[in-house]
Design a protein around this ligand. Structure first.
Ligand code: FE2
Length: 272
């Protein structure tokens, strides 16, 4: 199967660009599924029901999130009824919504799990405790044809460790949250596609997607009253990876995708 994963959508411009491009990507890149992290899609903080609907209507198959999932309260009732919008599976027991799902697409069945790491992140259950559960539920070829784990986290070491813990058991482990793409995309030795962070989809003339002047002031003058951070309004770049798997569900390739804005060159070289 061939699946596109897009990194953290930050704000309206990135959202509009992603929604406009999804159908084109599906045909041009011959994709079987599209998975998108949307935890910053609503003004940089959280996601709303109508934004999720817009992504599904545009062609997204599963949406993942992270620590900002509850920033917009109205998402609580929506996620409780959805099997395609995920929150990290290691949030405390009783948290609304699913952290792992299996959905059907034309070419087969895809399993997606969303976890949040523990180092330098808001409190959640130990992420490594969820590894056996993922392996058990998303068995390649018997339960699913393709599986992807969105590892939402700050520390690259911890994300790499999750990658190796799942190597050979899932199709792909992709990192999100830092909003900066890493250049370590690779197929691990047992066949799992891996990248520490796919990068955000947003304006890269910014500090991780937010207006750089306000963000800079916070660092330079930490004792001054903080102004509200706004999403940077420049031209967005879509960042993600295209993963292609074999009939055994393990990966043959992982290719970075970067379209628009300051980082555009990569997609031109790799995909067209
Ligand atoms: Fe995050």
């Amino acid at each position: 199967m061939k699946v596109l994963f897009l990194g953290d959508i930050v704000g309206r411009n990135a959202r509009n660009l992603a929604q406009k491009k999804i159908a084109k990507f599906k045909t041009q890149l011959k994709l079987d599924a599209i998975i998108i992290n949307v935890e910053n899609a609503a003004g940089g903080f959280g996601v709303t029901p109508s934004i999720c609907d817009d992504f599904f209507n545009a062609g997204a198959d599963v949406l993942t999130t992270g620590n900002h999932i509850w920033d917009k309260r109205e998402i609580i009732s929506y996620i409780s009824k959805s099997d395609r919008l995920l929150r990290p599976m290691n949030m405390i027991e009783g948290t609304p919504g699913l952290g792992m799902t299996i959905v059907k697409v034309k070419a087969g069945t895809i399993g997606v799990a969303n976890v949040m790491t523990n180092l330098f992140m808001s409190r959640s259950d130990p992420v490594f405790d969820k590894v056996p559960l993922i392996i058990e539920h998303l068995k390649l070829t018997s339960n699913v044809d393709f599986s992807l784990i969105d590892v939402h986290g700050e520390a690259s070491s911890e994300k790499m460790a999750i990658g190796f813990a799942l190597d050979g058991k899932v199709s792909a482990v992709v990192g999100t949250h830092t909003h900066v793409p890493t250049a370590d995309h690779q197929i691990l030795e047992n066949g799992t596609a891996y990248i520490t962070d796919v990068g955000m989809s947003g304006d890269y003339n910014s500090i991780i997607g937010m207006d750089k002047n306000d963000a800079l002031k916070r660092f330079m003058y930490p004792n001054e009253k903080k102004s509200r951070l706004e999403v940077s309004s420049g031209e967005p770049t879509l960042c993600g990876v295209v993963i292609e798997t074999d009939t055994n569900g393990l990966s043959k390739s992982i290719i970075p995708l970067r379209l628009g804005g300051k980082l555009e060159q990569t997609i031109l070289v790799w995909l067209f």
